[in-house]
Design a protein around this ligand. Structure first.
Ligand SMILES: [Fe+2]
Ligand SMILES: [Fe+2]
Length: 191
């Protein structure tokens, strides 16, 4: 029997310095920026949706996990002396704005935002795990990313379970947020 052909993995063009997925400093920088952005999104949503105890509890649960994720990458940035993203003020403002604006559109739009962002982050972490697969020096980092990835997937599913798909213009809204999140990832790897 002929050997099975390996399916080609999706590969983005990586031509700029700092954009290789096996560049650990770049990985830490983008993950740190991403977890900070996630924290700000949930802060923005909580500021608006604080009158609905059920929704507030869900958001607070996700925000708590994001705080743990951010804390880990905060320490990695310090321990490994990685330069954090220079665009911290942008992640600070845009994360909160994304959370607050979608929350003002309604609970469903806030959940749609979660579905979109968490889908992108999960995929991004999957790419990093693939890049770290044969790296004997980064087993601890890979294990932590794996755990975080499963929690991002849980957040994604919370969004879906809480009527994300009933948000106004759900396909367009999630497409736009996902495009923004991928762009932010591409930028934060380098800047
Ligand atoms: Fe996270
Ligand atoms: Fe998350």
């Amino acid at each position: 029997m002929p050997p099975k052909r390996k399916t080609k993995k999706r590969r983005l063009k990586r031509t700029l310095p700092g954009d290789r997925t096996d560049d650990i400093a770049s990985m830490i920088r983008v993950d740190h920026a991403g977890e900070y952005g996630a924290k700000r999104i949930y802060q923005g949503q909580l500021a608006v949706l604080n009158k609905n105890p059920k929704v507030e509890k869900l958001l607070a649960h996700m925000a708590e996990q994001e705080a743990v994720h951010l804390d880990f990458f905060d320490r990695e940035i310090a321990d490994r002396q990685v330069r954090p993203s220079a665009l911290h003020p942008l992640w600070h403002v845009s994360g909160y704005a994304l959370g607050a604006i979608t929350a003002k559109m309604g609970v469903e739009a806030a959940m749609a935002c979660t579905v979109a962002v968490e889908e992108v982050i999960s995929e991004h972490y999957a790419e990093q795990l693939a890049a770290l697969e044969n790296n004997q020096h980064e087993k601890r980092l890979a294990a932590v990313i794996k755990k975080f990835k499963s929690e991002e997937e849980e957040h994604h599913d919370i969004g879906l379970k809480n009527d994300a798909e009933a948000a106004p213009a759900y396909p367009l809204l999630t497409k736009a947020i996902k495009a923004g999140a991928w762009l932010a990832i591409a930028v934060a790897k380098r800047v």
